[in-house]
Ligand binder design. Structure first.
Ligand code: FES
Length: 241
């Protein structure tokens, strides 16, 4: 959502003491971003529709009970939002511990969950996890990327990227709780699904669950160059060497 343009209906609110004016219909998270405040998030991205599943972006709003997800809560005139309070921080750390309980301690690559837990000082989880997931087999059927269920936090970013960016319904989530897992919608490997290998799911993944095979073989590049063509709107990433 861009900052409101001239003539747009706007709403003024306060986030962590900073007054901000945003377009009507914006989320509290968007208002915070425009106020220069980063609210931790795992399931939200700048390009996907808000989903509200990870519960990391909780905030407190004056006059309201509970701690709503800022990514799915629309702004209202005069709202007073607090993104950092003892209650919010306690709940957020608890959520991160729950994620860590079902995620490999060592992620050999870019992992937003580990970056976030490190920034919060959460190094281990008090909860027993779904250890059986750590042995789940990787899906390497696609030559361009690999899916490792052990590293997946089921944030739905890949499923939503497939649907919203590419208009393809190649992915779904099956099961509940520790048994939930991302899978090809036909229940086969990625290569046998409707996947068109556009890479939108890999770009959207916050952990190392979906990884480009060139990154697995050669490590993270110093820089990426993205090109777009008329064939699709995703954009192809190339290593800049
Ligand atoms: Fe808001 Fe995940 S970022 S619930």
């Amino acid at each position: 959502t861009p900052a409101p343009g001239p003539g747009a209906e706007t709403i003024r609110l306060t986030v962590d003491g900073r007054e901000v004016e945003v377009a009507a219909g914006s989320s509290v998270m968007r208002a915070a971003t425009l106020a220069g405040i980063d609210i931790p998030k795992l399931c939200a991205t700048d390009s996907l529709e808000a989903f509200g599943s990870c519960r990391v972006c909780l905030v407190e709003i004056e006059g309201r009970r509970g701690t709503p997800a800022s990514c799915t809560t629309p702004v209202e005139p005069g709202m007073v939002v607090r993104t950092v309070t003892p209650r919010v921080e306690r709940l957020r750390r608890n959520v991160i511990e729950l994620y860590l309980s079902d995620h490999p301690a060592e992620c050999d690559g870019a992992c937003e969950l580990h970056d976030m837990s490190a920034s919060m000082g959460v190094s281990e989880s008090r909860y027993a996890g779904g250890a059986e997931h750590q042995d789940a087999a990787c899906d390497s059927s696609n030559p361009y990327f690999r899916f490792d269920p052990a590293a997946c936090i089921v944030c739905y970013r890949c499923v939503r990227a497939c649907e919203e960016t590419q208009g393809t319904f190649a992915l779904t989530v099956d099961g509940r709780g520790f048994d939930s897992q991302v899978m090809a919608s036909q229940g086969e490997g990625f290569m046998d699904s409707e996947c068109v290998s556009c890479g939108a799911c890999v770009d959207a993944c916050p952990t190392t669950a979906l990884e480009d095979t060139s990154v697995i073989r050669q490590g993270q590049p110093d820089a990426f160059q993205v090109t777009t063509c008329a064939y699709c709107g995703v954009g192809c990433g190339f290593r800049a060497e």
